[in-house]
Design a protein. Structure first.
Length: 330
């Protein structure tokens, strides 16, 4: 059974936007192109709304996921703060680590990436193909983060997309980097659906849509087997939970980011959990529409389907689904 959370006061909460210089940085990169916002009329008809638009992050800065937006901006800012660093360190479920490794190679730096042992061999190989050293940790994502944090220091700079007390500057840079994704959306949606993981991309969505004139409802989606954000929201406090395996590997996280938590608690309208089979069905349905989306990205469609009857959507509503990754055969 899906777990459901709603906050009727979320749309009235306000915050400050990400720095405008983030978009300018991304636009200065030779590989930068805005990713498409693709209409899927069949899904709009199925769900009884005016438009379903998919923000397709299957090709972003030469990589098959949105993660470089945050990682590359954070690396840019972190190296300004600590210009003597010679190695970039991170933990990952896949795409973030590859983005960090790619940027390290571009800058002539070493990279060391820690991954939990549930990450596929294909994902590990993809990270190694960028020139990074990879350590497989016989533990969860949270365990891999702890290993990476222990390894970092001196000239080894931790570029982590999850925050905890005492480590919040670089994770905030990463969230700021994700703002470009939302600034590219040139429609006024009634609902935006985002996957969650530790909550950083959802934090970026809340920050964007609670700091400007467009204030859609926001729905966060996560796996039933790794529902750290929904569990925390329902409990009213940040909690860590055990996790197992899920096809939504990029969302397989047990502890919300300490930066994301207060933002999501205040500004996220809804949160729902989905099962693996629903995410896999969404992968197939997006593929039919010509959109390559892995299970973590297609989770937004799965969540919208499960939550549809709880949402105040009309026949003329516009829904934006954030599909964060390409479907990569593993």
């Amino acid at each position: 059974m899906a777990h459901w959370y709603d906050n009727p006061a979320a749309r009235s909460w306000r915050t400050t936007p990400a720095p405008a210089e983030v978009l300018a940085f991304h636009q200065s990169l030779p590989a930068y192109r805005p990713t498409p916002l693709t209409p899927v009329p069949a899904l709009a008809a199925e769900l009884g709304v005016g438009r379903v638009l998919v923000k397709d992050e299957s090709h972003r800065l030469g990589l098959p996921a949105f993660k470089a937006l945050g990682a590359w901006w954070a690396i840019h800012r972190a190296l300004q703060d600590r210009p003597g660093a010679s190695e970039l360190v991170t933990a990952t479920d896949g795409n973030h680590g590859r983005a960090v490794a790619r940027r390290a190679a571009m800058l002539g730096l070493a990279a060391h990436v820690f991954v939990p042992d549930v990450v596929s061999d294909a994902s590990v190989d993809a990270i190694r193909s960028e020139g990074a050293a990879v350590t497989v940790v016989p533990d969860s994502y949270d365990g891999a983060v702890a290993e990476a944090a222990s390894y970092a220091g001196e000239d080894r700079l931790l570029i982590q997309d999850s925050a905890w007390p005492g480590y919040e500057v670089i994770p905030q840079y990463i969230v700021d980097g994700y703002s470009t994704l939302f600034r590219e959306i040139d429609v006024q949606p009634d609902l935006v659906v985002v996957p969650m993981g530790v909550g950083s991309i959802a934090q970026a969505a809340v920050t964007h849509y609670r700091s400007g004139p467009v204030t859609p409802a926001l729905l966060g989606v996560e796996p039933a087997s790794a529902s750290c954000v929904t569990t925390s929201l329902l409990a009213g406090e940040l909690l860590s939970i055990p996790t197992g395996k899920t096809v939504m590997a990029g969302l397989n996280c047990g502890t919300p980011s300490s930066l994301a938590w207060p933002v999501l608690r205040s500004g996220l309208d809804y949160s729902i959990t989905v099962e693996d089979d629903a995410a896999l069905q969404a992968v197939d349905d997006l593929q039919t529409a010509g959109i390559s989306s892995g299970p973590s990205g297609a989770a937004t469609l799965a969540g919208l389907r499960v939550a549809r009857d709880r949402l105040n959507l009309m026949e003329d509503s516009t829904v934006v689904l954030i599909s964060t990754e390409a479907c990569v055969l593993t």
